[in-house]
Design a protein around this ligand. Structure first.
Ligand code: PLP
Length: 351
């Protein structure tokens, strides 16, 4: 199948770019003591998760029970659900996964620890937790130091398996690369491994100390005391991230068809907010000089023609670079792997 034969809109991945990103990140982690447990939420693709594992990843991180279920169904082990679960239904789903899968979940509240402990005892399924520490992001997480220690002690006392700590330094990701960013990441990760050492000094084992994303991997991934990094966007990348982290190549785009042209004024593509995210900024056209995306409606992309010599006509196909991969991938069931203008592989996206 040729790319030009695909039904549009279609989510595309440039196989050469994706594979280069895969190898580059693997090489970074091959050199250091810190390991990679890449985030699934960015691609939601089990086939890509398997490729990351084949390139040295120690497991897969995810954000939701649905993602964990998709990974578990495929037999993937070493899942880190780097998020909180709270309701009885959520805990029951987690127990079902834990019956057949090595999986751990974040905890930041004593009620959750008690509920997980009770569910574990009732189902006779051992459950693994990581204490989620707020390293400054201000989202989930217990405070570092004594509050995290108390939660870790409670987890162990109530029969849960304490695997370690997580603490994603999301507040540092968007800082300009440079000394101030390095310092902010060092501080955040210092709180995390400082807490790990405190817990160890009270006689508990802390195997995993996990944080880091694509915007901080090169700093956090070289901090002694941090054992793993959770970055995931590096594999497909997007134009939002490229400004922060130019280490990796853009691989993700959406293919559309030009369905209207109004003189030398504008083109309309059949790609809208239902196919591509504009939450964090407007996407830009790939390989198309002389035109600029101005607006996205639900079903339409409105493109201004800047150069009247632009030869694009209705029926032609154009691509938009994805600006925010996380919130675009979830809008698609399939992603088409493109090499040399051919569809090499069709990826199923699951959660
Ligand atoms: C818990 C957690 N870990 C890691 C990441 C980093 O992922 P990325 O590679 O997209 O920066 C995120 C992103 O939001 C996250 O929420």
């Amino acid at each position: 199948l040729l790319r030009s034969q695909l039904k549009t809109p279609a989510l595309l991945v440039d196989m050469d770019a994706m594979e280069a990103n895969l190898r580059k990140m693997a090489a970074f982690f091959a050199e250091g003591p810190t390991q990679l447990r890449p985030h699934y939420k960015n691609h939601k693709c089990v086939a890509l998760a398997r490729r990351q594992l084949a390139h040295g990843a120690v497991g897969i991180t995810c954000a939701t029970l649905g993602e964990a279920e998709a990974l578990s169904r495929s037999g993937i082990q070493g899942i880190l659900l780097a998020n909180e679960i709270a309701s009885p239904t959520q805990i029951e789903r987690f127990v079902q996964i834990a019956r057949v899968t090595d999986i751990m979940v974040g905890v930041d509240n004593e009620r959750a620890v008690s509920a997980l402990s009770a569910a574990s005892a009732q189902a006779k399924v051992p459950l693994s937790v990581v204490v989620d520490v707020d390293t400054g992001m201000g989202r989930c997480g217990v405070l570092p130091g004594a509050p995290a220690l108390a939660l870790a002690q409670q987890a162990v006392a109530q029969g849960l398996s304490l695997r370690g700590l997580i603490g994603y330094e999301g507040h540092c990701v968007r800082l300009e690369p440079g000394p101030a960013k390095n310092e902010a990441v060092q501080q955040a990760m210092g709180k995390l491994f400082g807490t790990a050492n405190l817990i160890r000094s009270h006689g508990l084992a802390v195997e995993i100390v996990s944080g880091g994303g694509t915007g901080t991997y090169s700093i956090s991934g070289r901090i002694p005391g941090v054992t793993e990094i959770q970055g995931g966007s590096y594999l497909l990348m997007d134009t939002g991230y490229q400004a922060i982290c130019p280490d990796f190549a853009l691989a993700l785009s959406v293919l559309g068809t030009v369905i209207s042209r109004t003189g030398n004024e504008r083109l309309i593509l059949n790609i809208g907010l239902k196919e591509i995210s504009a939450e964090r900024g407007l996407p830009v056209l790939k390989n198309t000089a002389g035109a600029k995306l101005r607006k996205l409606n639900a079903e339409h992309a409105i493109v201004e023609i800047l150069n009247p010599d632009l030869t694009v006509q209705i029926g032609d196909q154009l691509e938009l670079w994805v600006h925010y991969s996380d919130c675009t991938v979830n809008l698609h069931r399939h992603m088409f792997g493109i090499r040399n203008g051919q569809v090499e592989e069709t990826f199923l996206l699951e959660s």
